[in-house]
Structures are given as structure tokens and as C-alpha cells.
Design a protein. Structure first.
Lengths: 344, 628
């Protein structure tokens, strides 16, 4: 790490392992893997300095396919393992790979606390709204009425919204992307550039158990009308600039407005401000259908990170103290026995 | 066991008369400060040169309703002029601060023992709360004991009058008044307590002075009352002199098990030349370790209070993966939650120390009471064939060495190690001869930082069957680990039948071959008619019971096991050299089962799961029955 000789720039190929990728043919995970491998050279990451930590599920096999350090842990616990890794060595780039079940069901607690503490790492949540590895049960992000082996009559519970959850937990970087979309590397780059927990929900198609579940906005025919890629400082426009999002001041919420002749200002289309937490809440909570799907970097407003705070406190507390184990053992109320033992 | 320094030989033990010792129990409402009183009395007793053992016994409720039977908190101390190994069977002296404390404790008092009560607390209301129909101080029901009853509450109020405290605050000094009296009774110095009070109330000198005044008043009361010799009920207050216990020369301090474990972990990390990462989650009685370690940042210690027990162990595993010494600590229910992650540490072969401060179970059980019922959980409690070394501390001071031993095994063998202690060891205090850190051989960890000539194998093996420890950040040694079965050598995912057999055998053999010292006999001979085999905090009562048996001429020996898994290599031959084996345990027979399973020996159980430690006589009786 501390070698001062210039290091040759890596290529996407340098980030591929010799392991056979074992996802189903046509799985969205392949596209995400490629996007990550393409992104790593561009952000100047070093393989030996990079750790991928995952939980359990289809997505969590990811570390085996990255030529980096990797830790495939147990179901739901990747954030906790990653916290230990980063606290032990803050120099490492830590990426957490997880899924909707892993991050929001069994590991919901850890996801919440990771984000609340703001550990400097990237969380890539592959959301396919289904349990793939266990053969197709509904997941915490599945929509009401999802029929699956465990819900033959349709699921009845309300789905979790990953980005709303992350924002509610205190997240400082919230983004959304799509497995096969060309913008994914740009979103990953932004997440990496953000100091703190970079939370990225990636809509990922499960071709076997939940094919086309995101088709309403990922299909080519729907993409333009139903995807809204937000960009800091740019108006919130979609449908080729014919529609936009404006503030409904009476109800303190967003509303869809028609934009005529590109004059978005005339109808009050809001300009995206990625540091506006209130706007971020509205963008991630918009019900799809009545509204488009907000994608891209929705919120990015850095705050001090957990590992920095821990290290600063450790350093401050140790300041001026010389560790002397023998002295430590001899602390408290002590007394000397100076006589030789005698028989009793 | 009080200190390892005492020079009592088995011969001496069987030849000499019983030790002179006194057992005092302080009992009061959980708000009366009995643990504090006991702790300070312990300190001055240690400073007086007595050997001692203590037993804090308190309710799980933080502030149980005042005056109730279930709100009674007690602290027992056994001290004497010879080796003290238990907190004592029956108290000689009971200090009862209210009717409930009297009612719940007087039954344990030795016949003829002394009761000291605060008569000021024996009003109708408190008597009713303790479910006394009539005042026991006046109805003759306590006739078989001596009793000293006086109005401690009133005497305290008078002694602190000059400081202008409110009634409630003034009465809070009662415990110091009582402590003053106890210090006088046993001829202990007040100076360390006064110094402690001044430090404790540094920000409120008035409170410090009031407490000191109460302490002095209690002490003076004893002196005066002895001189006048009257008016204190049917007993006479007198002073007891307990000579200092012989001890090896050196520097001593008092230590609790939680302190000793924390210090041992710090020492172990230093001997391994590693920074330590401690992931914990609050749980009784394990939290004290997290508290101690969180103050030791200058020793390269990071403490992390995680969101739950699973995150506590998972973060420790992550830290170990990144090259620190990962440590986690809990008690039974929390250990249960950590089970899956232990399997991950076993599968990924990362060092990890897991401390289990056992308490009464199952489920929430008895959080503040002691038990040894997590031995099965420690040895067998994971999915799959998941072998893991298990070692047990037998006393507060022993916990220091055990913690170092755990770090040694974890780092040398790349394995999680479980340390078993219990609530009794964690909370109890005893004198400890401060060890010289130079007397421990360092075992520095060597990380692999470059591929060997034969090529890098993440799951390659050294002569101990240990795999290399590679820190992320090391160029040229990129690899992936995880909980899925891995290929021998490469560590790549591999589900093959022969490979799983080979890897399972590898994990088994690695742990089975952990080098542990031969089992020694704690007292007695290495063969004979009866071996009493114990582990953990039952050391004291077993040792005393065996000593008493040997004094009576019985052929009985004491074996105390530190290394529960793997067992010492000589264990089988040693056990089989006795005609009979008795295994006293504070559970329903868990070590007994392991011994039977491992060595096909007819180990007989002696079990107690009352939340209280064994009494010496209980084990003594069982020994006599076995040899009858």
C-alpha cells in the first residue's frame, strides 16, 4: 500500500477471478459484476486494498468473482463483519454486497446500524424482490399479492422500500440504479467518492423467479416515460423532457407537471439538490405509477464517518499515556507481602 | 482458589487443623449499598493481610421495591489466616439492614452465630413487607443465635447531622456506619475507605465528609459499646482478631474475574503482538469486561458496542480477518445468538476469543445467579461438525492466565476459542499476587506477507495444521474466504464428497491436536480410590471438601480441568487410575457426560442448580458416601 513506485493502471480484466461464475444464465448479477469490474480501474482502486464483504443469497456470491480480498459471510451479517474490517484497517476500501432478503429481512438490524453510524463503505443492495437462492419465496420488498411457493395465495404484507429505509436510518448517500443500465458505473463511482456509507439500490432482474418484475420502467418501451434520472443542479425532468416534478406547496409534496416546449421553469419544475434531505425523502417515497421511478444519486451530503470518530477518540484517550502492562496489572489498591511463607 | 501463591501442600492439608476464618454476610435492600459495603470491607480485609473469597448475591432488578423479600441484596465474605477457597458455607456473622434481609438470610447463619440488625427498620410497614406477623426481634424466634439490635438509622442520622443533608441522603450513609462497625469488629483500618470516599465524592466534599463521619461513628460505636458492655440486646459486642494469612512475598491486589479476564486479554494481545478489537453487547454478568476494556485505549484496544450479540461477534470476526485479535464476550443467551458466527470463524479458520460468563439458564434464566450449564453449548452447540477449543477459569485470578491461554491457542491455531467463566467468578474478588508479565513467553503472530516458493495456498497448512493469516492490503495474496465448504489447500468453493470428508477431518484434527498441558492433580495422589473431578468456579468447595476428607484419612484426590476441549492427553490414563470418579457441577451433569463419552469411565454426577455455589459440606458428604 505504501509503495511509492507508480502503480500500473488496472483494467477490468485485472478484477476478474479464475472462478467459474455460477449465476443462472441471463441473471442481472452478470451485468452488475461487469459494471463493477469496469468501474474499479476508473476510480483508481487497488485490488489488494479492496475488500468485498457479502452475506448470503445469490448476490452474495459476488466476492468470489472479484480479484480482490473477499469475505462471503453469513446471512444478513455482512454489515457487521464489514464494520470490524474497516475499524481494524480504515485504509481498506470496503464494499458490501447484499440482497433484499439479506439486507432488509434477516439483516435489517445491521443495515440500519451500519447506515446510522455512517461507516465509510459502499452498500450495493441487489433488489430483485424475491428469494432466489432458496427457490422463489417472496421477500420483504415483494409487492403485495406476490404469489410464491410460500405465499400461494399472494403475499399480504407491505413491502419495504430500500432507499426510504436507508434514508430513514440516517443515510447520507442514497442512490438507485438498474442492473443493465449504462448509468450504473457512474452511480458506483459517486458512491465510492462519497465518504461515509454509500447506499445503492440496484434493481436486478431475477430471470428465473421474478422475471420482468421491474419491466414497467426497465423495458425499452417504458424506460423513457417512467425513468427519472436525477442529477444535481438539473431540473427533475422525464419522458424526454415533456414531464417534470414540481412542488405541490399546498400539500408539501411533489406533483407531476407537463412541460411544454421545454419551458420547465414556467411550470415550476424543481431543480435537483442532492443535499436536500426533504427532497430526497419525497423522491424515494414517490409511488410508482402515478410517478416515475427516481434513479441516480438522489441524496449525497457527507457527514463524519464512524471509523474516523472511533479512531479519533481512541487516539485522544491514549494521548499522553504510556502503555505499561506491568503498571496496569499493579493498579488499584495494592499491598506488599514481604515475609517468607511459613507453615501453618 | 484464592491465590496461586499459597504454599499449602497436600500433606499439610491433611495434617493441619481447620483454618481460622470468619464468614460475614452483609444483607440489605438493593438500594442500601450492600455490594459497596462488602466491596470496601473486602478491600480493607485484603489490606489487613487476610486471604479471602467473596460472594456477591444480588437481585436481577436494579431497584426492586423497597423492603421486599425479592429486593434483598447480599454480599458474603470469607476471610482468614489461611488459604481461603470459597466464600464460606454458613456465615458466622449476619448484618441485616431490614426485616426482609433478616428473613431471607438468617436461615443460613451458623447456630450460635451473630446477628446485627438495624432495629430502626423493624417498623410495622417493613415487617409486613417481609411477611413477618410479629417482630422477630422480640418474639424469641432468633434464640439460637446471638443478636445485637440497635437503631442504625437513627445513629447514622445523628452522626451526619452537622452536614445538613436531607433525611433521604443522610440515611444513605447507613451503609458506611455499618461498615465502620464491621471494621471495628474485625480490627480493620479505615484509611483506605476514607481515601476511597474522598475520591468517590471528590465533586461533593460535603457528601464525602458525611460518609466519613458515619464511618467513624460506626467505628466509635463499637469501641464505646465494648467498653460499656451493655444495652445491646442479649449479646455483647466484641472485637475479633484474625491474623494475616501467610502468603508468598510480593505485590498483591484484589481482583475480580471480569478484571482479570480483561487484563489477561490485554496481556495476551501484547504477547501475540496484536491490536485487540472487542465487539460486545450489554448483558449481565458479562458487561463488566466491555466496561474494563473500553478504558484501555492506550493498549491498542478498540471496543465496539454493537447493535446485537450477532454483530458483536461478526465485527470481531471482521477485525480478525483484517489482522487484529478479535474478541467477543457474552453470557448464555448471547452466546446462543453467536452460534452461527462461531461456525463461520471455524470454517474460515480465523482467530477469535469468545468469553462466556455463564449464568443460570435456560432462556433468560437467572441473570444474576451463577451456574455452569453452558458446557454442552460450548463444546457441542453449533451446527455441523464444528470443533472449537474450550477452556475454563476456576477463580478470579485464574481468569488472567486462562485469557492469555485463549489468545495463544486462537492465534497459533487460527481458531475461535471459548473461555468459560461464570457470574460468580466475574463478580467475586480475591487477593491476587500481581504476576510479572515477563514470566509469560511471547507468542508473536507472523502474518504471511509474500507467497511462499511453492505458491500461495489460502488453506495451506503448517505443522500445527494451521492455515496462513493474510491481512487484506497485502499485495500478491488476494483470496476469498467464506462459510461455504472449501477445497483443501486453495480454499475455493468445493462441494465434493471426498473434499468435505477431508476438510471435516482437517478441522477436527487441528483442534484435537492443540497442544495443552498435561492434567495435574490439584490435591492428593495420581491414583487411588476416588477422584473428585471439577471445572470452573467449583474449585474452592471441591478443594476444601477433598482436604477435609483427606484429614479424615479418606483416599480422595482433586482434579480440576482447565482444558475442556481438547482434553489433556494424559486425562484418560489419569482418570482410569482411580476406582471411582465424582463430578460435582452446577448443572445437571454436563462434564460428567463429556468424560463418559470421551473416556468410557463411570463418572458419577453431583449436581446443584440452585443459583448458589456448592457448600463444602455438600461435596464432603458425597465423598463420604462414595467411599462408604
Amino acid at each position: 500500500m505504501n509503495d511509492m513506485t507508480p502503480i500500473a493502471k488496472t483494467t477490468p480484466k485485472d478484477w476478474e477471478t479464475d472462478q467459474e461464475v455460477r449465476w443462472c444464465p441471463g441473471c442481472g448479477d452478470y451485468a452488475i459484476l461487469k459494471a463493477v469490474q469496469r468501474t474499479m480501474p476508473e476510480i483508481g482502486a487497488r485490488p489488494e486494498n479492496t475488500v468485498f464483504v457479502s452475506g448470503i443469497g445469490c448476490s452474495s456470491r459476488f466476492p468470489y468473482y472479484m480479484e480482490t480480498y473477499g469475505f462471503h459471510t453469513i446471512h444478513g451479517r455482512a454489515p457487521a463483519v464489514a464494520t470490524g474490517v474497516k475499524l481494524a484497517n480504515p485504509e481498506l476500501d470496503v464494499w458490501i454486497i447484499t440482497g433484499d432478503g439479506d439486507a432488509l429481512s434477516i439483516g435489517g438490524n445491521h443495515t440500519m446500524h451500519l447506515i446510522r453510524r455512517n461507516l465509510d463503505c459502499q452498500v450495493l443492495l441487489f433488489n430483485n424482490e424475491i428469494y432466489g437462492l432458496t427457490k422463489g419465496q417472496y421477500s420483504p420488498t415483494s409487492r403485495e399479492g406476490t404469489r410464491s411457493p410460500s405465499t400461494p395465495f399472494g403475499s399480504v404484507d407491505h413491502p419495504a422500500k430500500p432507499c426510504a429505509f436507508a434514508l430513514g436510518a440516517g443515510g447520507r448517500f442514497i442512490a438507485r440504479a438498474i442492473d443493465v443500465n449504462k448509468n450504473l458505473p457512474a452511480v458506483l463511482k459517486a458512491a465510492y467518492a462519497h465518504k461515509g456509507t454509500g447506499f445503492v439500490e440496484i434493481f436486478q432482474n431475477c430471470i428465473v423467479y421474478n422475471d420482468e418484475v421491474f419491466g414497467a420502467f426497465t423495458e425499452k418501451t417504458n424506460a423513457a416515460t417512467n425513468q427519472l434520472w436525477v442529477e444535481h443542479g438539473k431540473p427533475l425532468l422525464f419522458a424526454n423532457g415533456t414531464k417534470g416534478l414540481a412542488m405541490d406547496l399546498a400539500r408539501l409534496t411533489l406533483k407531476v407537471v407537463d412541460v411544454v416546449d421545454g419551458d420547465w421553469e414556467a411550470v415550476g419544475v424543481a431543480v435537483h439538490d442532492q443535499t436536500n434531505r426533504g427532497l430526497a425523502h419525497m423522491l424515494v417515497e414517490m409511488p410508482f405509477g402515478a410517478f416515475p421511478m427516481a434513479l441516480g444519486v438522489i441524496y449525497d451530503d457527507p457527514a463524519p464517518t464512524f471509523e474516523e470518530a472511533v479512531i479519533a477518540q481512541n487516539t485522544a484517550a491514549a494521548q499522553g499515556k504510556t502503555p505499561d502492562l506491568q503498571k496496569l496489572l499493579s493498579q488499584g489498591q495494592t499491598w506488599m507481602v514481604d515475609k517468607q511463607p511459613h507453615e501453618i | 482458589m484464592a491465590t496461586a501463591a499459597h504454599t499449602i501442600t497436600p500433606q499439610e492439608a491433611s495434617a493441619n487443623p481447620p483454618a481460622e476464618s470468619i464468614v460475614v454476610r452483609f444483607a440489605g435492600d438493593s438500594g442500601d449499598g450492600m455490594q459497596l459495603t462488602g466491596g470496601q470491607f473486602t478491600l480493607s480485609t485484603a489490606l489487613a493481610g487476610n486471604d479471602l473469597a467473596t460472594f456477591p448475591d444480588f437481585p436481577a432488578e436494579i431497584r426492586a421495591p423497597q423492603g421486599t423479600l425479592f429486593g434483598v441484596s447480599a454480599f458474603q465474605i470469607n476471610f482468614g489466616s489461611t488459604a481461603i477457597e470459597t466464600a464460606g458455607d454458613a456465615p458466622d456473622v449476619l448484618v441485616a439492614m431490614n426485616p426482609a434481609a433478616l428473613k431471607t438470610n438468617v436461615g443460613d447463619l451458623k447456630p450460635g452465630g451473630l446477628i446485627i440488625v438495624d432495629s430502626g427498620e423493624f417498623g410495622d410497614r417493613n415487617l409486613a413487607k417481609a411477611k413477618y406477623a410479629v417482630n422477630p426481634l422480640t418474639d424469641g424466634s432468633l434464640a439460637k443465635w446471638q443478636m445485637l439490635a440497635f437503631d442504625i438509622s437513627q445513629l447514622t442520622l445523628e452522626s451526619v447531622k452537622p452536614f445538613g443533608l436531607g433525611n433521604k441522603e443522610a440515611l444513605r450513609c447507613k451503609n458506611m456506619w455499618t461498615l465502620g462497625l464491621a471494621l471495628w469488629m474485625f480490627d480493620r483500618g479505615r484509611e483506605p475507605i476514607i481515601a476511597w470516599l474522598k475520591a468517590k465524592f471528590a465533586k461533593n466534599p460535603t457528601l464525602a465528609e458525611a460518609n466519613i463521619a458515619a464511618l467513624n461513628a460506626g467505628h466509635a460505636y463499637g469501641e464505646t459499646a465494648e467498653l460499656s458492655g451493655s444495652g445491646l440486646g442479649d449479646a455483647r459486642l466484641r472485637q475479633h482478631h484474625v491474623a494475616a494469612a501467610p502468603a508468598e512475598p510480593g505485590l498483591y491486589r484484589t481482583v475480580t474475574g471480569a478484571e482479570a479476564i480483561s487484563l489477561g486479554l490485554v496481556a495476551g494481545a501484547q504477547l501475540a503482538d496484536l491490536p485487540m478489537f472487542f465487539g460486545g453487547y450489554p448483558i449481565t454478568p458479562a458487561s463488566a469486561i466491555l466496561h474494563h476494556l473500553s478504558r484501555l485505549k492506550e493498549y491498542r484496544v478498540t471496543t465496539f458496542q454493537a447493535e446485537d450479540e450477532i454483530a458483536a461477534i461478526a465485527s470481531a470476526i471482521g477485525a480478525s480477518y483484517a489482522g487484529q485479535l478479535g474478541v467477543t464476550s457474552s453470557s448464555g443467551p448471547g452466546i446462543a445468538l453467536k452460534g452461527e458466527a462461531m461456525g463461520l470463524a471455524i470454517m474460515t479458520e480465523l482467530p477469535l476469543v469468545i468469553i462466556n460468563s455463564q449464568r443460570g439458564g435456560p432462556s433468560t434464566g437467572l441473570p444474576t445467579k451463577t451456574e455452569q450449564s453452558d458446557l454442552y453449548q460450548a463444546v457441542y452447540g453449533r451446527n455441523g461438525d464444528a470443533p472449537m477449543p474450550v477452556i475454563a477459569a476456576c477463580s478470579p485470578s485464574d481468569a488472567f492466565e486462562v485469557a492469555i491461554e485463549a489468545v495463544r491457542i486462537a492465534t497459533q491455531y487460527m481458531t475461535p476459542v471459548m473461555v468459560l467463566t461464570d457470574g460468580y467468578i466475574a463478580n467475586a474478588a480475591e487477593p491476587w499476587k500481581v504476576p510479572s508479565i515477563d514470566s509469560f513467553a511471547p507468542f508473536p503472530v507472523e502474518f504471511m506477507d509474500a507467497a511462499p516458493e511453492s505458491g500461495f495456498l489460502p488453506y495451506g497448512r503448517d505443522e500445527k495444521l494451521s492455515r496462513p493469516w493474510v491481512k487484506p492490503g497485502t499485495p500478491g495474496l488476494l483470496h476469498r474466504i467464506g462459510g461455504i465448504e472449501k477445497q483443501l489447500g486453495t480454499g475455493n468453493i468445493e462441494y465434493g464428497a471426498a473434499n468435505h470428508q477431508a476438510m471435516t477431518n482437517m478441522r477436527r484434527d487441528k483442534v484435537a491436536n492443540v497442544a495443552v498441558p498435561d492434567q495435574v492433580v490439584a490435591m492428593g495422589e495420581s491414583s487411588g480410590r476416588l477422584a473428585v473431578v471439577g471445572w470452573g468456579s467449583t474449585f474452592g468447595p471441591i478443594h476444601q471438601a477433598v482436604r477435609r476428607g483427606r484429614r479424615k484419612g479418606l483416599d480422595v484426590s482433586h482434579i480440576h480441568i482447565r482444558h475442556i476441549w481438547p482434553m489433556p492427553k494424559n486425562m484418560e490414563a489419569l482418570l482410569k487410575s482411580y476406582d471411582k470418579i465424582l463430578v460435582p457441577e452446577m448443572n445437571t451433569g454436563q462434564l460428567k457426560t463429556v468424560l463418559r463419552d470421551q473416556f468410557l469411565v463411570d463418572a458419577k454426577p453431583l449436581n446443584k442448580v440452585s443459583g448458589q455455589p456448592f457448600r463444602i459440606f455438600e461435596i464432603e458428604q458425597a465423598i463420604e458416601e462414595m467411599l462408604a
